[in-house]
Design a protein. Structure first.
Ligand code: ARG
Length: 466
């Protein structure tokens, strides 16, 4: 009961000094089994490695170890088969597993927790989980990058308007635009790889916070669990959640990239832009307006990013006031990470699908690329190159040409040679060669520029890099 008069018996795992059980509300606020049961496989793997090490070091008998390992494997199959009853009064995954182990193998189960604490145990389980999640992210990002590389190759010559301030700036190619996202998701992937490096240390054996007097071998458990090495400071080990925060930061940055892409898809798929079309597979209709086709998947990717940001801020805030070492506040780390991981996985998968699904309207893109005086810089550059004007003067002359075209409601290329010569006498009819959008993009061959030849080089670079 909420008033603390609950007289349930005390906890079988740690209740030795307790006369009575927890208030119902205490059990409710304390229990993490509702979400940390997700860590069952990691918990069992960690326990098997720990028990094996204990036996190897002569801390427990081989016979007990064999019973423990057998029992743990049985529990693993029970949970996987959905035949395991999780109990809230056992608080968390660690005690649910250990209690079931006792039921299965008897007193030998009580030896498993020698030379460890739930503090290093949870740090281990969660690290293993986050590490696997990072590996999944690496794969998923590689898939997204591959999708973009294919679209970039297909559209290396497709001209579209490039924007700054969402105002038409200069013509670019759609392939070049796709490759911008390859750079962004490539950075995300290298952040993921670095994070795996950073966190690749085993916490088990730090015990409660001070290490242990038992002659354990932490290098052995680290190796068995696929970590590079054990962590080096037992206090830090149980109080550190940097690996979770790093995951969330990376997720937030990748989410920000995904959300910008989502926003572009939303804009590009409007009838006003009409640059791309999403197939029925990635759109929904409206229940009232029969003509509508909505880019819901893109919108949801944009929204998932908000959730991920929330999780990052939540965990940073949970951790910022904690004295060393472990505090129960840290139990609140998992839901944030689980939720963000699910959001990120979904967002990357949905985006990969959309990128492959998009139909590109090259004619619309090209028409838009030529509007808004997008080749004005090409005119100015021509005056510098062919007529020897300083760029600032060329900029001014071009500005007058734009103003004239605007007053005549026509494009730069539609101005007559006489009109242009009236603005500057050095202009010849050669100018018309650079005023087309194709000529404009083809000329931008600087390293990393939008010229199709350059974009193809960058595609080749990324294909080789993987
Ligand atoms: N359920 C706990 C968590 O997720 C496990 C560690 C509990 N440790 C303790 N000393 N109460 O953080």
């Amino acid at each position: 009961m909420a008033d603390g008069t609950d007289t349930k018996s005390s906890n079988q795992m740690w209740g030795g000094r307790f006369a009575s059980g927890p208030a119902a509300i205490m059990e409710e606020i304390n229990a993490s089994i509702g979400f940390d049961k997700k860590l069952f496989a990691q918990d069992i793997r960690g326990s098997i490695a720990h028990a094996t090490m204990l036996a190897h070091q002569g801390i427990i008998s081989t016979e007990d170890k064999d019973k423990i390992v057998h029992g743990l494997n049985t529990i693993l199959s029970e949970i996987e088969a959905g035949n395991f009853e999780f109990s809230r009064s056992l608080e968390d995954i660690h005690m649910n597993v250990e209690s079931r182990l006792a039921a299965l193998i008897g007193p030998a189960a009580g030896r498993l927790h020698t030379a460890r604490s739930r503090n290093d145990q949870v740090a281990l389980d969660f690290r293993l989980w986050v590490k696997e999640e990072l590996q999944k992210c690496e794969q998923a990002l590689t898939g997204l990058i591959a999708a973009f590389l294919d679209r970039a190759e297909e559209h290396a010559d497709t001209v579209m308007p490039g924007f700054t301030h969402l105002q038409t700036a200069q013509p670019v190619t759609f392939g070049h635009h796709c490759m911008a996202y390859v750079e962004m998701f490539g950075r995300d992937r290298s952040r993921v790889r670095h994070a795996i490096e950073h966190m690749d240390e085993s916490p088990i054996g730090a015990a409660a916070l001070a290490g242990t007097g038992f002659p354990i071998d932490r290098h052995m458990t680290a190796k068995a669990l696929g970590f590079r090495e054990p962590t080096r400071n037992s206090i830090d080990t149980v109080s550190d959640r940097d690996f979770a925060i790093e995951f969330l930061s990376i997720a937030a940055i990748a989410g920000m990239h995904l959300s910008r892409l989502a926003e572009e898809i939303v804009i590009w798929s409007t009838p006003q832009f009409g640059f791309v079309r999403l197939s029925d597979a990635f759109s929904t209709g409206s229940s009232i307006m029969p003509q509508k086709k909505n880019p819901d998947a893109a919108e949801l990717v944009r929204a998932k990013t908000g959730r991920i940001n929330g999780s990052l801020v939540a965990l940073l805030t949970i951790m910022k006031g904690l004295p060393l070492a472990y505090s129960k506040d840290m139990q609140e780390d998992k839901e944030q990470v689980f939720d963000a991981a699910e959001s990120l996985e979904l967002a990357i998968a949905a985006m990969t699908g959309m990128v492959r699904d998009l139909t590109i309207n090259a004619a619309r893109m090209k028409a838009a690329a030529g509007s808004g005086y997008s080749t004005a810089t090409d005119l100015a550059d021509w005056l510098v190159r062919e007529a020897g004007l300083p760029f600032r003067d060329a900029h001014h002359v071009t500005g007058r040409a734009v103003a004239l075209a605007e007053s005549k409601s026509c494009d730069l290329a539609e101005l007559s040679l006489e009109d242009l010569q009236a603005i500057h006498p050095a202009i010849t009819d050669k100018i018309f060669d650079v005023l087309t959008v194709e000529a404009s993009v083809a000329s931008r061959k600087s390293f990393g520029g939008t010229a199709p030849s350059e974009v193809r080089k960058q595609i080749a670079f990324w294909r080789a890099r993987n």
